[in-house]
Design a protein around this ligand. Structure first.
Ligand code: SME
Length: 155
């Protein structure tokens, strides 16, 4: 697929529902995980315009920065550290409405106010996380969680 992304307006559900088939088409036939992660973050950034969207991949005993869109970011995060390392350790999505209230939050940018981190799993093992940051408080909710988990499941 080499066409432009079709950007949807309307409710968040409508935006995700337009985006997901396009992400499926982008991933179809491509087995390279980094290429696929790169297109997923580009598509999410283009549709929603969030401050920072990116993957961290599990490499040995750390998360290492992967494909992302947004300002430069921290490159390595230990298991159990910050929101990303906690989502990895706990193997579940973490919704953080106010990053200042999350003990141990890692501030790659002082502009980030809220965050969602979704683990990427393979055969029951976490192989990375999708991290999305917003400059607004309370940006993400269970709707984002549901759709972002679906998108990460396409990888
Ligand atoms: N805030 C994250 C670190 C990654 S950046 O936001 C891009 C955390 O606490 O794990």
């Amino acid at each position: 697929m080499a066409e432009d992304l079709q950007i949807a307006s309307g409710s968040k559900e409508e935006q995700y529902s337009t985006l997901i088939p396009q992400i499926k088409a982008l991933l179809a036939g491509e087995t390279d995980e980094i290429a696929n992660m790169a297109n997923v973050v580009a598509a999410l950034k283009e549709q929603f315009g969030w401050f920072w969207v990116g993957f961290y991949r599990v490499v040995a005993d750390e998360l290492v920065l992967g494909p992302f869109q947004g300002p430069v970011a921290c490159t390595r995060i230990k298991k159990g550290r910050g929101v990303c390392g906690s989502a990895w350790a706990e193997g579940r999505t973490l919704l953080v409405p106010d990053v200042e209230l999350f003990p141990g939050h890692i501030a790659c940018s002082s502009l980030s106010r809220s965050e969602i981190v979704v683990p990427v799993s393979r055969g029951g093992l976490v192989i990375g996380v999708l991290d999305v940051d917003s400059e607004k408080l309370n940006q993400f909710d269970e709707v984002d969680q549901r759709f972002l988990e679906e998108i990460v499941g396409l990888l």
